[in-house]
Design a protein around this ligand. Structure first.
Ligand SMILES: Cc1cc2nc3c(=O)[nH]c(=O)nc-3n(C[C@H](O)[C@H](O)[C@H](O)COP(=O)(O)OP(=O)(O)OC[C@H]3O[C@@H](n4cnc5c(N)ncnc54)[C@H](O)[C@@H]3O)c2cc1C
Length: 486
């Protein structure tokens, strides 16, 4: 057993440039004064034309509700596997405008919200779950190549940085776990970490170098939309489900100006209310928030290094995650809130004050970038559930399946979620169906107002649980002990 972190210098240390004057630091108010409160990813002329609304009554072999990653992957896979099917997608707003076009865009190999979570939830099935993760990424890459989807992917790995020397012990445990399952990981000490990405906060890091990285999430969703259309899927945008009825042989879904009747329905609708109360007892919406900086100049980028451009998470209880875009904007996320009954459009998302604490966290992490402003800021829904990873559950006497619960890790796992959901819906034999991942569902989360109260206390405890300890740390431990991932 090692007693200190392994400093693996993947390259000889760079000579530090002669001491430069620190940039003049902007206050958070000034840094957010010209910010657009809209996802950076969606503010892009590459967005494909919006598909028309549904304005008549139609029939389908498979109806998919929701045009995010889950719904789009389900549409593409269903058509590839069963080309004769008439597949219809209805999307309440625009494709990718839910969580999918708001994500940080860090791609993980795991379908289980990471290996440590897999060990926590399904300790007996780790090997198979790891294999699903590998196969899922193979299929992910093959599909993108097949349809020529250019989503700015960079396979540079993901790195967890310890922001407290005490957290290194935790990283060492994760390092050994990843090694056991054959991952290409290195554990870095303070200097080696800062060679990768320079922050005075970083005390060490675990860098998983293979089969993970970063993607432009909206371009990915738009590419999947084009692929689905090319396969003959009919997509209706601005077409929300407003009522669902089980008619025995089929399901009848009403929308504002039409309806769809189908013998099979896949719900890829995240935390929205779609007329099946059991769903919202198992997933709840947590709002996460993200900032995008203006593109960094070469000189600004040189101040922090980051030549290997990994996707990064830190080890705080209230964690931050960050990555670069193709144009060298930094995407910096991680400030969660809860709104009573899962309000999908909280007005706070469009107020600069909501992002002050996130901006402060950015400047604490990168004081060298005190002169950098934020071009975009946005919030998005996280579909939180007790197992912290995707589940697929049957409803409406087996004619429907609901797929969600990624708890903030669905960019790649949504492909697997859709695959598992289709296998369950069409009752096909498949290896994952023999495991608990397909047959068990997450536990109930208490209803309102207990839910709101517990979320408020938990998020209050997040701020300071690491630094202050006391009741805050005890509360977080208690919630974890009840089986909820933190
Ligand atoms: C801020 C943020 C950062 C994230 N960062 C990462 C990350 O770095 N890496 C990672 O792996 N994951 C990340 N995630 C998680 C990831 O984005 C999600 O797991 C994934 O996008 C879920 O896809 P989905 O299709 O299930 O849900 P969504 O993309 O939310 O799609 C659901 C769709 O259903 C539609 N809908 C809802 N109700 C109805 C209705 N009644 N009728 C019709 N349509 C309806 C919605 O409009 C929406 O478009 C992040 C999420 C957020 C919010």
């Amino acid at each position: 057993m090692m007693s200190t972190p392994v400093d693996i210098e993947v390259e000889p240390p760079r000579l530090k440039p002669a001491a430069q004057r620190p940039p003049v630091a902007l206050g958070v108010q000034e840094a957010l004064a010209r910010t657009r409160f809209f996802p950076y990813w969606l503010d892009n002329p590459a967005e494909p034309p919006t598909e028309p609304k549904l304005s008549t009554d139609v029939e389908a072999d498979l109806l998919i509700v929701g045009g995010g990653f889950t719904g789009l992957w389900a549409a593409v896979q269903a058509k590839e596997q069963m080309p004769h099917l008439n597949v219809v997608v209805i999307e309440a707003g625009q494709v990718a405008h839910g969580a999918s076009g708001r994500a940080g865009g860090i791609i993980s190999t795991s379908v289980m919200h990471g290996l440590p979570n897999a060990v926590r939830v399904f300790p007996n099935d780790i090997e198979q779950l790891e294999e699903f993760g590998q196969r899922n990424l193979d299929g992910f890459e093959e599909t993108l190549a097949r349809y020529g989807i250019d989503a700015d992917i960079e396979w540079n790995g993901e790195m967890t940085v310890a922001v407290d020397p005490d957290h290194i012990e935790h990283l060492r445990g994760d390092y050994e776990l990843h090694k056991r399952y054959g991952h290409d990981v290195v554990l870095l000490g303070r200097e080696a970490t800062r060679e990768q990405l320079d922050s005075p906060l970083f005390a060490g890091a675990l860098w998983s170098r293979n089969r993970s990285g970063i993607v432009h999430p909206a371009k990915l969703a738009w590419g999947l939309k084009r692929a689905a259309l090319s396969l003959g899927v009919k997509i209706y945008e601005h077409t929300p489900l407003i009522e669902v009825a089980d008619e025995g042989a089929s399901v009848h879904v009403k929308t504002p100006h039409g309806s769809v009747r189908a013998p099979r329905v896949l719900f890829g609708s995240g935390t929205a209310k779609v007329g099946i109360p059991d769903i919202n007892r198992r997933v709840l919406q947590v709002r996460d928030h993200v900032l995008a900086t203006e593109p960094l100049t070469d000189e600004q980028l040189a101040r922090i290094g980051w030549k290997n451009r990994q996707g990064i998470y830190d080890t705080r209880t209230q964690l931050n995650y960050f990555r670069l875009t193709k144009n060298n904007n930094i995407i910096f996320g991680g400030l969660v809130s809860y709104h009573f009954d899962g309000d999908p459009n909280p007005p706070q998302d469009e107020k600069a004050e909501t992002y002050y604490r996130l901006a402060q966290a950015f400047y604490r992490t990168f004081p060298q970038l005190g002169d950098v402003r934020f071009s975009h800021a946005w919030g998005g829904p996280i579909d939180y559930c007790s197992r912290g990873s995707v589940f697929a559950k049957r409803y409406l006497n087996g004619k429907a399946v609901f797929v969600a619960g990624y708890t903030g890790f669905g960019v790649a796992a949504s492909r697997f979620g859709a695959y598992m959901g289709l296998n369950i819906l069409f009752d096909r034999k498949s290896p994952e169906r023999a495991l608990d991942i397909a047959s068990l569902s997450p536990t109930y989360i208490p209803p309102e107002p207990v839910r709101w109260l517990a979320a408020k206390v938990t998020f209050h405890a997040f701020d300071g649980a690491d630094a202050e300890g006391g009741w805050k740390r005890a509360w977080i431990k208690g919630i974890k002990a009840m089986g909820f991932p933190m």
